[in-house]
Structure formats: structure tokens, C-alpha cells
Design a protein around this ligand. Structure first.
Ligand SMILES: O=C(O)C1=C[C@@H](OP(=O)(O)O)[C@@H](O)[C@H](O)C1
Ligand SMILES: C=C(OP(=O)(O)O)C(=O)O
Length: 429
């Protein structure tokens, strides 16, 4: 149970590059493994979640070499994975287990997928149910709702799935199954979730069509290995964006951040709150838009957040809550019920932690109301085993009137192992 304390900072100054995007890193391993020929990946995020995905494919017979810089994946082709000898442990990673469930459902072998105690509480029926309609055979605890999931691979048939939630994990699980299915697999969602799968499928030569309502994948076609450069993770950059905004006198340049429009809800939200963030040197890398972000401390004000910006900022809400507590005026977050089924219930966790630090917060079923007062107190809080809660509260400590201590911070390594090193580098004490 490693405790970390974050002390009030005088400013954040300098330049950093955040590690690679977690979503793109997962997908690079998955598609590289089932493509023909070699895929190279540079900028791969070596966080615990992505290592779980990497280990899963090694266990299924894929040669993946890591020279510390670049990964080299010797793709086995669409039908070249082999049965793992043991249960596959996805650790804390919802992306690993849900995407793998889709992919494993279509193999010619048996797979058991599990995870840590947080992952085993998260809902899986959202992928199990549509995959079952495609012909998959998947059993799990609580009538298929919870891991461990036991999957007997079978031939699948394409379906249309109108997902009731905007979820890139649901969409991507079905897209992966759709690569193997007979005919077309179509997925629609209420709002567009992150489209990294669509972009990377195209990059690998998959047959797919996208339109305003969703995506259609055509099965039975091989993919070809590619070179991938993973951009910096905007979800990791978000902690530094908020930190620099809330600590007066800050100016920080974050280089090489992925600014895919399905991920930039955080930029729109912080701009609406009055935050100064400039996008510099916008470019495209491996089919993904990238920019350098220049952020300067700003007086923030409360706003209303809901609708289609929510899936575009879904992982950033814990740190958005910190910005809201330190803003002047009321922030209303709605349409964010999905936050209740992440690594922990992120609405309840942030409400409890920020209240303990003196904030006035009312929880709602699908969000919260934060009465911003412009100040927070020092406090000791829990991470609830959730990396984004831990990092958000450490960011709060930079602008609070006293130190914020967070217990159980090992979870930070799931997505951002170098978080504290980077923070120490730019925080002026
Ligand atoms: O597909 C992905 O890579 C992800 C999708 C999102 O989850 P949902 O699909 O459950 O919204 C997000 O919260 C997660 O961190 C990564
Ligand atoms: C929700 C997250 O990840 P996952 O669903 O992959 O566990 C996250 O990283 O905030």
C-alpha cells in the first residue's frame, strides 16, 4: 500500500512528453498479432494494462520482441493464434478483457479470461450478449455478467448491434469478432466513442465502412502488418493540463499528444471553463492527429457538461472534478453514468474525496453538481484502487492549501508509470 503525498506547488514549468496512448497501444498488439507479417510499434505504453495484453498474445503463440524502444510483432495471420496453456489474466484492464472476449469468441480453441478484483466486478454482458447473438459460446459468473469468462471459440455470423451505451470497448470487441464472422457486422452507438479501432483497422487493410451512425466490418479478409507510431496519451496529458491551469504562474508544453477528435472532450471542457490551452504544430502520425499542447494557468469558472462531449472525455472526469472544485461557480456533470462502472465508481469516489478536501458536491445518478469555491484543503484520501482517482487527487494537492496524501497508489502503474517522475520534474516548489 504505497502512499504518496502531493504538496502545494509554486508553479508548473517546462516541457514534457507523456507516454503512449493506452487505447492505441492495446490495439497495436492485437492487430499486429493477427496480421500477416511484421508489425513494429514505437511509443508503446509500457503500463500494466498494456503489458497484460502483450502477455496474452505471447501466451497464444505470438513472437513479440521488445528492444526497449520498439516492439516487433511477428504476426501469425488471422487464424494463427494458438490455445493458451493457462488462464489469461487481464489484470485491471477493461480494454484487454472486453476486446479479447470478442477476438477469442471467434478462435478455434478454448480461452478463460480473468482479472483483478476490480475487473471481476465490472459488467461484461454488454459484450457477451451481442457476441452470443453472433454464435459465440461464452460463460461467466452472474449469468455471463462477470469474469472469469470461459470462451469456447466457434464460427460466428455477422449481426447488427445497436449498442445502448457509447463504448469503444463494446464496439471494438464486435469489430474484432467481425473480422472472422460470416458477412457484415454492424455496430451503432448513441454517440461516437473513440474511433482508434476504426482508424487502425483501416491502417492494417481491413474491410470496413464508417458512417454517421456507426461502423460495419466485413469478415474473412487477412490483415497486413504495419509500422505504428503511438502518440502521447491525452488522458495522461489531462492531469498535467489541469495541474498547470490550477497552479498560478504555470506554463507547460506537452509534446506529441494524440488529439483525435473522439478524445479531445477534455480540451473543449477546459476551454469552456476558461482554460488557456493552445494546440501547436498539428500533424498526423499513423492515421492519428497529434499536436503539442501549451497550457497556461487560468482562472476557471463552472460550466454544464453533458451530451456527446461525455464519451469524448470519459476517462478525464476525475480530474475534471478537481478543476470544477477549484473553479468559481457551479459545474453540473450529467449523462456520465458510465463512470459508475469503471475501475471503481468514479462519481462516488471523487465526490467522497473532494468532499473530504472541503468541496461542496452533490452526487446524482449520472454525474454530480460541484459548487466551486476556488479552494481545497489538505487531506488524506483513498485511491479506491483506481489509477485515475489516485492521480487526480495528487493533482488537487498541487493547488490545495495543504498536502494531499493518497493511499494505495500502486494502481498508477496501470496507465502512467512515470507520472510522479514527470510531476517532480515540472513542479516548482
Ligand atoms: O476502448 C478503449 O480503449 C477504452 C474505452 C473506454 O471504455 P468504454 O468503452 O467502457 O467506455 C475507456 O474508458 C477506456 O479507458 C479505454
Ligand atoms: C476505464 C479505463 O480503462 P479500462 O476500461 O481499460 O480498465 C481507464 O483507463 O480509465
Amino acid at each position: 500500500m504505497v502512499r504518496l503525498s502531493s504538496h502545494p506547488a509554486r508553479a508548473l514549468r517546462g516541457e514534457i512528453a507523456v507516454p503512449g496512448d493506452k487505447s492505441i497501444s492495446h490495439r497495436s498488439i492485437m492487430l499486429g498479432s493477427i496480421a500477416r507479417g511484421v508489425t513494429t510499434v514505437s511509443g508503446f505504453l509500457r503500463g500494466e494494462d498494456n503489458i497484460a495484453t502483450l502477455d496474452a498474445f505471447r501466451a497464444m503463440g505470438v513472437q513479440i520482441h521488445d528492444d526497449g524502444e520498439t516492439l516487433r510483432i511477428e504476426g501469425n495471420g488471422l487464424h494463427g493464434l494458438t490455445e493458451a496453456e493457462d488462464v489469461i489474466d487481464c489484470g485491471n484492464s477493461g480494454t484487454s478483457i472486453r476486446l479479447l472476449t470478442g477476438l477469442m469468441a471467434a478462435q478455434r480453441f478454448y480461452t478463460v479470461l480473468t482479472g483483478d478484483r476490480y475487473l471481476r466486478r465490472r459488467p461484461m454482458r454488454r459484450v457477451v450478449e451481442p457476441l452470443s447473438r453472433m454464435g459465440a459460446c461464452i460463460h461467466g459468473r452472474d449469468n455471463g455478467e462477470k469474469a472469469p469468462l470461459a470462451i469456447v471459440g466457434r464460427p460466428l455470423t455477422g449481426i447488427t448491434h445497436d449498442s445502448p451505451v457509447a463504448s469503444a470497448q463494446v464496439k471494438s470487441a464486435l469489430m474484432l469478432a467481425g473480422l472472422y464472422a460470416d458477412g457484415a457486422t454492424r455496430i451503432t452507438e448513441p454517440h461516437l466513442s473513440r474511433d482508434h479501432s476504426e482508424r487502425m483497422f483501416r491502417h492494417f487493410g481491413a474491410r470496413l465502412e464508417t458512417d454517421a451512425a456507426g461502423v460495419t466490418v466485413y469478415g474473412g479478409h487477412e490483415l497486413d502488418g504495419r509500422d505504428i507510431v503511438v502518440p502521447g496519451d491525452i488522458s495522461s496529458a489531462a492531469f498535467f493540463l489541469v495541474a498547470a491551469l490550477i497552479v498560478p504562474g504555470s506554463e507547460l508544453l506537452i509534446r506529441g499528444v494524440g488529439v483525435n477528435p473522439t478524445r479531445t472532450g477534455i480540451l473543449d471542457i477546459l476551454a469552456a471553463m476558461g482554460g488557456s490551452i493552445e494546440l501547436l504544430d498539428q500533424r498526423e502520425v499513423s492515421g492519428e492527429p497529434v499536436a503539442d499542447l501549451l497550457v497556461r494557468s487560468s482562472a476557471l469558472k463552472g460550466i454544464e457538461i453533458g451530451g456527446d462531449v461525455v464519451p469524448r472525455a470519459i476517462d478525464e472526469f476525475p480530474v475534471i472534478c478537481v478543476a470544477a472544485a477549484l473553479a468559481e461557480g457551479t459545474t453540473v456533470i450529467r449523462d456520465a453514468r458510465e463512470l459508475r462502472v469503471k475501475e471503481t465508481d468514479r462519481i462516488a469516489a471523487m465526490a467522497a474525496n473532494l468532499r473530504a478536501a472541503g468541496a461542496a458536491i452533490t452526487e446524482t445518478a449520472d454525474g454530480m453538481i460541484v459548487e466551486g469555491t476556488g479552494r481545497l484543503n489538505g487531506v488524506t484520501v483513498e485511491s479506491f484502487g483506481d489509477h485515475r482517482i489516485a492521480m487526480s487527487m495528487l493533482v488537487a494537492g498541487l493547488a490545495a492549501s495543504g498536502a494531499v496524501t493518497v493511499s494505495d497508489t500502486e494502481c498508477i502503474a496501470t496507465s502512467f508509470p512515470t507520472f510522479t517522475t514527470l510531476l517532480d520534474r515540472v513542479a516548482v516548489r
